[in-house]
Design a protein around this ligand. Structure first.
Ligand code: MEV
Length: 289
């Protein structure tokens, strides 16, 4: 029996613009998914297409047990975390010797297959390696770790990443003279933010600008706007949509002593808050128990 866990992720900057080769910054966060795999002749799995594909692609058979602190379908990378942790546990239980690079590569392939073509290479990379990652085109660079106090607000409004990505693509076809400069500006905000990662006030301002640009792209939602304004009013340095938008989650950067106030204000609107910070480990072996 082998148990491995993997963290969730948030986009701090640059979602949507990364799809067009602009820089983006994503970060692994504390809530984890944990997966236990046991060799078995009568395998029983959770009914997840991701898990089925992990077994099919490795050609082994086993039982799986999942525990998750990460809400699914909310843009926090839960499918990537489940896939990476399952592959790591399979590799361990069956002695396949996958490296982290191999796990990140296989996890991305599995996500592409299950999601029929479109999958974020960011999610699988960040959950496998942990840390703060600068993504530019196909290149990924880990940035120095920072102690960022984040509060995530989950609107509980369901959304589709594929539809949001499509929405931006259509806007770009219709009015490239408007949409391209917005994507360019998101890239510029991301590069400015990379220089301010250890300065919460300017970093928060970058988040506010990035949020306004995402709204301008048309991926906002009234519930996201409400939570962003609520977090700022409760003392956040800055707040923005995180991930594809159209529902899902927002993220706020907070002074340490304002985390609980911001989380409480988000919960009071009927949304669900998560207080979190950086995960530097990525996939990790857990004690079986
Ligand atoms: C979704 O979490 C982030 C997007 O930029 C899509 C992607 O990076 O694949 C919208």
């Amino acid at each position: 029996m082998a148990t491995w866990s993997a963290p969730g992720k948030v986009f701090l900057f640059g979602e949507h613009a990364v799809v067009y080769g602009k820089p983006g910054v994503a970060m692994a966060i504390r809530p984890r998914v944990s997966v236990t795999v046991r060799k078995s002749r009568n395998p029983s799995h959770a009914r997840s297409p991701y898990i089925e594909e992990c077994f099919r692609s490795t050609g082994v058979q086993g039982s799986v047990y999942i525990r998750s602190q990460l809400p699914s379908s909310s843009g926090l990378g839960s499918s990537a975390a489940v896939t990476a942790a399952t592959l790591a546990a399979i590799s361990d239980e069956f002695g396949l010797g996958f490296s982290r690079d191999e796990i990140a590569r296989r996890a991305h392939e599995i996500e592409r297959k299950v999601q029929k073509g479109r999958a974020s290479p960011t999610d699988t990379y960040v959950t496998t390696f942990g840390g703060i990652v600068l993504i530019t085109g196909d290149s990924k660079r880990r940035l120095p770790p920072q102690n960022l106090n984040l509060v995530i607000g989950n609107t509980l409004v369901s959304h589709s990443t594929a539809k949001m990505v499509e929405h931006v693509a259509r806007g770009r076809e219709r009015t490239p003279e408007i949409v391209d400069p917005i994507l360019e500006a998101i890239g510029a905000v991301t590069m400015r933010a990379v220089k301010s990662l250890n300065k919460p006030q300017p970093l928060g301002r970058c988040m506010d600008i990035n949020h306004a640009l995402l709204d301008a792209l048309g991926v906002g939602h009234p519930e996201l706007s409400k939570l962003v304004l609520t977090a700022r009013a409760a003392g956040a340095f800055g707040a923005k949509i995180t991930g594809a938008g159209g529902g899902g989650c927002m993220v706020a950067l907070c002074p340490k002593n304002a985390k609980s106030r911001v989380a409480g204000a988000i919960d009071a609107t009927g949304a669900r808050s998560i207080i979190t910070t950086l995960d530097t480990e990525g996939i990790r072996r857990e004690k079986n128990g």
